[in-house]
Design a protein around this ligand. Structure first.
Ligand code: FE2
Ligand code: FE2
Length: 555
């Protein structure tokens, strides 16, 4: 079954209802089959909104499984020889039309008819159904209902709502939440948390400081030290976080709000809000505590550069047993040592994750590229992109010819070629995710400063990623670059070597309100210059790795 041009047809329930009336069908249902689990769209032929519900033991009929696994229309007529139990004892004919979902997922959908009249012309009914309905549309419709059931899209909506509150008042908080979640899960993996437990911890990480949205923004964003009163106010974020987390996901995961509440408890009992001690503090909260400190030190901020890895390791060692659970701190040190070099493909994870992301839609050669900011939810094979900013340009987003997904994790950028199908105004189904091949592409482990030379002066930028053909730099979003102009970039190394790279700015990826990433394509940069550039980078990479290893092994 091919689903070439999927569109969501909101009229499907209504049309099914008409069809049911016309052919005098007693039961018309859509079943969603995921492995051995079957879900039914309740009253799918009614005009009201549908609810998807799991079916347990109700369907003894193997018809659905037979239909779905063989991909063939199957039906039974009561004729005395039949051994299959029917859905309802008054039924005379049972028909299943399977719709295979291989293009999107392993989920199958099946349209089910139950008739009480034995005299119905089955062949005529089936051909009328197939003439009237587009199976691809029914599949997509059922699939979306299923997503609603597993709360996937609702969950994304929650983050988009939070994002609205966070980005206005606390721009620095957004990435902090995701980074803490990232570090926490990396630590949890080494503590043998199951996939499900890792997912829960990730969510707790994203929510850990969410209570700060209730604290006055001038205190949260204050650059200098806090007065005692201000500090007391900041401390209240754990209680607010508890309340907010409980509201958002308390019914699905009752322990997450508790973990959020306890993320500032100290191992020696000197923390807040309850002064819990040692093992009294839930393990996930002890992990969040360490992850929190790692991100505060590791991440660049407008007022500070990242603290070197060896200093973070020293800090964790200094405070273990006091602030931190010693076992968690030791594992965190191992994690930092390994994760300073991030994996080349961040989506090679088995657990569900949400990432801040950008979706770039291309509308054909030489045409405008549309850049959408939002979140990407990934379940291990496919994902959903949810928009956070309303798009005001005139492009019809449904007409894109190809798409790129850009994800940011710990200041590293990951780029993927994807298949993006709009599901509604703000959500895209993302499938066929393939890493964008970049030969000899290097992510910076430290700040490599450079200057773009313009007629007005020199603009300071930070190089983040480097390949043979181009580089990616970060810069204040206020900077305006002309994409048609040729620029000169000056790179200065610690040993005094200076390099000039000619190039063009070809792409802009806004990251936050304050900063943007720009792709800088080299123009007439000689091989010797490139060689000198890479030599410098690799020398420093090797130095840094050595230093980290020395610190870690000397303990
Ligand atoms: Fe906090
Ligand atoms: Fe935090």
């Amino acid at each position: 079954m091919l689903l070439d041009k999927p569109k969501i047809n909101q009229k499907i329930p209504e049309e099914l209802w008409k069809f049911k009336e016309e052919f005098n069908i007693s039961f018309l249902d859509i079943f969603i089959v995921n492995g051995n689990k079957i879900y039914a769209l309740e009253d799918c032929s009614q005009k009201e909104t549908n609810i998807c519900r799991p079916i347990n033991g109700l369907i003894n009929s193997n018809l659905i499984h037979i239909a779905c696994s063989h991909g063939k229309v199957t039906y039974h007529i009561v004729d005395g020889k039949n051994t299959f139990p029917f859905l309802n004892e008054n039924l005379m004919i049972e028909i299943c039309i399977p719709i295979r979902g291989e293009k999107y997922s392993n989920i199958d959908v099946c349209v089910y008819f139950g008739l009480t009249n034995k005299e119905v012309d089955v062949k005529n009914l089936l051909s009328s159904f197939l003439r009237r309905f587009n199976l691809a549309e029914i599949y997509l419709y059922a699939f979306l209902m299923y997503c609603k059931l597993i709360k996937l899209r609702n969950f994304l909506n929650v983050f988009v709502t939070l994002e609205d509150m966070i980005k206005v008042n606390f721009p620095s908080l957004q990435l902090h939440l995701f980074n803490v979640a990232f570090w926490a899960v990396e630590i949890a993996k080494k503590l043998n948390f199951t996939n499900k437990e890792q997912e829960k911890l990730y969510l707790a990480g994203i929510l850990h400081d969410v209570g700060k949205i209730k604290i006055r923004s001038e205190i949260i964003n204050k650059k200098g030290s806090l007065t005692n009163e201000e500090y007391e106010e900041v401390k209240r974020h754990v209680e607010f976080g508890y309340v907010i987390a409980k509201e958002i996901i308390g019914d699905i995961y009752p322990d997450i709000p508790v973990w959020v509440k306890n993320h500032h408890e100290m191992y020696d009992g000197s923390g807040y809000p309850e002064g819990l001690k040692g093992e009294e503090i839930p393990l996930p909260s002890r992990i969040l505590k360490v992850a929190d400190v790692i991100d505060v030190l590791y991440s660049p901020r407008s007022y500070k550069t990242p603290v070197p890895v060896e200093k973070i390791v020293a800090e964790l060692n200094r405070c273990k047993g006091k602030d931190f659970d010693p076992k968690v701190a030791d594992i965190a040190i191992e994690v930092i040592k390994e994760k300073v070099v991030l994996p080349t493909d961040i989506l090679r994870v088995s657990e569900r994750r949400i990432f801040p992301a950008m979706l770039l839609l291309h509308f054909g050669e030489g045409k405008e590229v549309c850049c959408l900011n939002g979140y990407f939810y990934f379940d291990g094979t496919r994902g959903y992109f949810k928009l956070i900013e309303i798009v005001t340009n005139k492009l019809d987003l449904r007409n894109s010819v190809s798409a790129h997904l850009v994800i940011e994790v710990l200041s590293s950028i990951y780029e993927y070629n994807v298949h993006a199908i709009p599901l509604d105004e703000t959500t895209w189904l993302i499938s066929k995710i393939r890493t964008v091949e970049k030969n000899s592409c290097v992510c910076m482990l430290w700040n490599l400063e450079a200057f773009i030379i313009t007629q007005e002066g020199r603009i300071s930028v930070n190089i983040r990623k480097l390949s043979e053909e181009d580089l990616l730099f970060e810069c204040n979003s206020m900077c305006e670059f002309d994409t048609s102009q040729l620029y000169k970039m000056e790179v200065l190394f610690e040993n005094g070597e200076e390099l000039i790279l000619n190039g063009r700015i070809v792409c802009n990826y806004p990251v936050t309100k304050e900063s943007s990433y720009y792709k800088y394509a080299f123009v007439m940069v000689s091989d010797t210059t490139k060689e000198r550039l890479f030599k410098q980078i690799f020398r420093k990479h090797i130095d840094l790795k050595k230093r980290i290893e020395e610190v870690c092994t000397s303990r």
